[in-house]
Design a protein around this ligand. Structure first.
Ligand code: SAM
Ligand code: SF4
Length: 327
């Protein structure tokens, strides 16, 4: 019988986001603070430990997994890890979120390992601006990585853009145009003030972004394709790609939240915006039985709040930054 996991608000929880490292080869202004510190290597969950959790949680009702970070492609042995968990029976969706810097090198191997689709974070189409936003000069590498991912058949490829006033709001139409001739799903995401990374900026709302695109293009809504999660997805008639909008701040989607997070240092995190976490590494390394690990899973589910309260940029911040949670 197929099992279903539910939280205290009767939401079905079938999605686990797994951060496999807190290290990153970029320093995005909206994600990292200046005083970043890394978790010591021995505190990071080993792939065998994560695999054990995935196999157990899938039996219990998790159906979708996303690998994230830090930058997941920086972790040695990732393709082999993907190969192992992609074979777990009952897991029907395995995806990856990457900044794309190393994607050209790994795309074919990831595809062979069983990865079907991926999200690439790219906030500008202007090479000179890329360094301003990410701190490093890797635009060309990312672009070639995206093209390589497409060439080896990873599909769909979603391009995630954190929309920021004064940084990339003049590129909204350029990103929309990208979907005219390419099959990419371009998704605009509101900046989320989880910690102190990027203070004092006004929120650029999804409504403003959508209005800007609709001032130039017709957008037809699309329903129910490509594991859209919280995104509302549209298509410019006749275009090859799609355009998605994700509004965690101006119009939170907590009512349909279906996810848990596993941090690289072995904590289950019930809500992106809350520091409440359940330590599962202690049990993994202390001889915990499967039943003990499942108790942790159910505890994390019971701690999921009904909704987040981060409506304003000045709301209280979390202890962890995005790079340490995985987005
Ligand atoms: N390094 C990978 C990457 O950048 O795709 C994966 C980790 S990153 C933390 C996951 C996602 O979180 C990325 O799409 C990134 O753009 C997004 N993100 C990071 N900080 C954010 C913020 N403050 N608000 C909204 N999205 C954010
Ligand atoms: Fe690194 Fe991703 Fe954070 Fe950028 S958003 S600093 S690429 S973890």
């Amino acid at each position: 019988m197929t099992r279903v996991l539910k939280d205290g608000f009767n939401r079905v929880i079938d999605y686990l986001r797994i951060s496999i490292t807190d290290h990153c080869n970029l320093r995005c202004i909206y994600c990292m603070t200046d005083n970043v510190s890394w978790v010591p290597h021995e505190e990071i969950l080993r792939f065998e430990e994560i695999e054990r959790l995935v196999a157990l949680f899938v039996q219990e009702g998790i159906r979708k997994i996303r690998i994230t970070g830090g930058e997941p492609l920086m972790r040695k042995g990732l393709p082999e890890f993907i190969r192992r968990i992609s074979g777990i029976e009952g897991l029907y969706d395995l995806s990856l979120t990457t900044n794309g810097v190393l994607l050209k090198q790994f795309a074919a191997e990831l595809k062979q390992a069983g990865l079907k689709r991926l999200n690439v974070s790219l906030d500008t189409l202007k090479p000179e601006r890329y360094k301003e936003i990410t701190g490093l000069d890797f635009f060309q590498d990312v672009w070639e990585g995206i093209e390589m991912a497409r060439a080896v058949g990873l599909s769909p490829i979603k391009i995630n853009i954190v929309a920021m006033k004064g940084h990339n709001d003049d590129e909204i139409l350029d990103f929309a145009r990208l979907t005219l001739d390419s099959p990419y799903i371009v998704r605009f995401i509101e900046y989320m003030p989880v910690n102190e990374a990027w203070e004092g900026k006004d929120l650029l709302t999804i409504q403003r972004i959508q209005e800007k695109i609709e001032s130039r293009f017709k957008l037809d809504p699309i329903n129910g394709s490509h594991n859209n999660g919280p995104a509302r997805v549209y298509k410019i008639p006749g275009s090859k790609g799609e355009i998605g909008f994700i509004s965690p701040m101006s119009n939170h989607f907590c009512g349909t939240c279906n996810r848990l997070r596993l941090t690289a240092d072995g904590n289950l995190r019930p809500c992106l915006f809350s520091d409440v976490e359940v330590d599962i590494k202690g049990l993994l390394r202390g001889g915990g039985k499967d039943a003990d690990l499942l108790k942790c899973l159910y505890e994390a589910l019971s701690l999921k709040p009904e909704r987040h309260r981060m409506q304003t940029i000045s709301a209280p911040k979390c202890h962890r930054g995005m790079w340490s949670i995985g987005g």
